[in-house]
Ligand binder design. Structure first.
Ligand code: GLY
Length: 369
């Protein structure tokens, strides 16, 4: 497939995002219906994706210096303060929420209030550590105690919040917890063939691994593609923060599984082990994997990973992007979970990771992980 002109693609993203931000100055979008973003600031201020729109705005502020993006992103960061006051709403996704809001703000402006938020979020995340099983608990109680032993692959993307806190505080505690979790994830989630489980249940008292669950993929024992992307990017990030070779090897193993299962047309299904029909896609998995592969290519100096990332992004840019300035959502055919009724629509984290990947290719990224 021919490669798009990436600076031109970035310009299209900038113009589209600017139009969407001007149209929706107070929204925290999660998904799009008929191209129009919804608003989680009124529906659920604690939702796991509430940092992504601000992350996209900060990334483009870093690249273009456009104040409209900064103002909208600062408003979202302040709105998320309400989340800190909800024990119920504080879960393991603090990395997604605060690295892309407060973390981005701190990276670009050195705001003291943002640093404070980052440290509050990291302290809470560290408090989710279960020392019997050496894992970070994903979700909160549903009234029956059944979530106490649950950890999920996505959490690897939240670990950079702990690495950042260790740097900021000059205190290894946070990073030590992150590494304990990453070690457990290597052992308990990654299969022999390099595919990964989405959810693992441990006994929260003894730490024994009980069983895995299919989660958002097709079913038990399947290979949910976004989970595979979280794994390959997440282990790469743990390697970048710690220089521990074992994480690099696991990042390669999970990446190699992803690469060897990309269909001939280059579009990523929701699950590599889903039935042939219906052919349900998830463009978010492609965008997240591309970001991870670009970092892995730099870390390993292996061009294969960069080529694969550019192929995934070229397919998205050519056939799965809506660059019109009259609609809000950018990436098409995103799917949250295989068995959801609503599939193949716009999801804000797809837009964020596609933008992050193009910023990596054009060397305009603010590294937020
Ligand atoms: N659970 C986060 C995700 O959908 O990837």
């Amino acid at each position: 497939m021919s490669r798009p002109d990436w600076p031109e693609i970035l310009d299209k993203i900038y113009r589209k995002t600017r139009a969407a931000a001007a149209r929706n100055p107070h929204k925290i979008p999660y998904s799009a219906e008929n191209g129009v973003y919804d608003d989680m600031s009124t529906k659920d201020i604690c939702w796991w994706t509430n940092g992504f729109w601000a992350g996209q705005l900060w990334q483009l502020y870093g690249a273009y210096g456009d104040g409209l993006f900064r103002t909208a992103a600062e408003e979202i960061e302040e709105k998320l303060d309400k989340n800190f006051l909800s024990a119920e709403g504080m879960d393991h996704d603090s990395g997604f929420k605060w690295l892309l809001t407060a973390g981005a703000d701190y990276a670009l402006t050195k705001s003291g209030a943002s640093k404070n938020r980052l440290l509050l979020a990291a302290g809470d995340l560290a408090g989710r550590f279960n020392p019997a099983g050496n894992f970070l608990r994903a979700w909160n109680d549903r009234g029956d105690g059944s979530n106490a032993g649950i950890a999920i692959i996505d959490c690897l993307m939240n670990l950079p919040l702990l690495y950042r806190a260790s740097e900021l505080e000059r205190d290894p505690r946070f990073a030590l917890i992150a590494m304990r979790h990453a070690d457990t994830a290597q052992r308990a989630f990654v299969r022999e063939d390099g595919s990964v489980c989405h959810i693992v249940k441990f006994d929260p008292r003894t730490g024994e691994r009980l069983h895995s669950l299919g989660g958002q993929g097709y079913g038990h024992g399947s290979a949910w593609t976004r989970g595979q992307a979280w794994a390959l990017y997440g282990f790469t990030l743990s390697y970048l923060h710690t220089q521990r070779e074992t994480y690099l090897q696991t990042a390669k193993k999970t990446a190699n599984y992803f690469l060897s299962h990309i269909p001939a047309d280059g579009f990523i299904p929701v699950d590599f082990r889903q039935p042939e029909t219906p052919r349900v896609e998830d463009s978010t998995a492609a965008a997240i994997a591309a970001c991870g592969l670009l970092e892995l290519a730099k870390a390993t100096e292996e061009e294969t990973y960069r080529d694969a990332a550019e192929n995934l992004l070229s397919a998205l840019a050519s056939y799965r992007c809506d660059f019109r300035e009259t609609t809000d959502a950018l990436l098409l055919k995103c799917t949250a979970a295989y068995h959801d009724k609503r599939r193949e629509f716009g999801l804000v984290y797809g837009d964020y990771f596609f933008t992050e990947a193009v910023l990596k290719l054009t060397k305009k990224e603010t590294f937020l992980w």
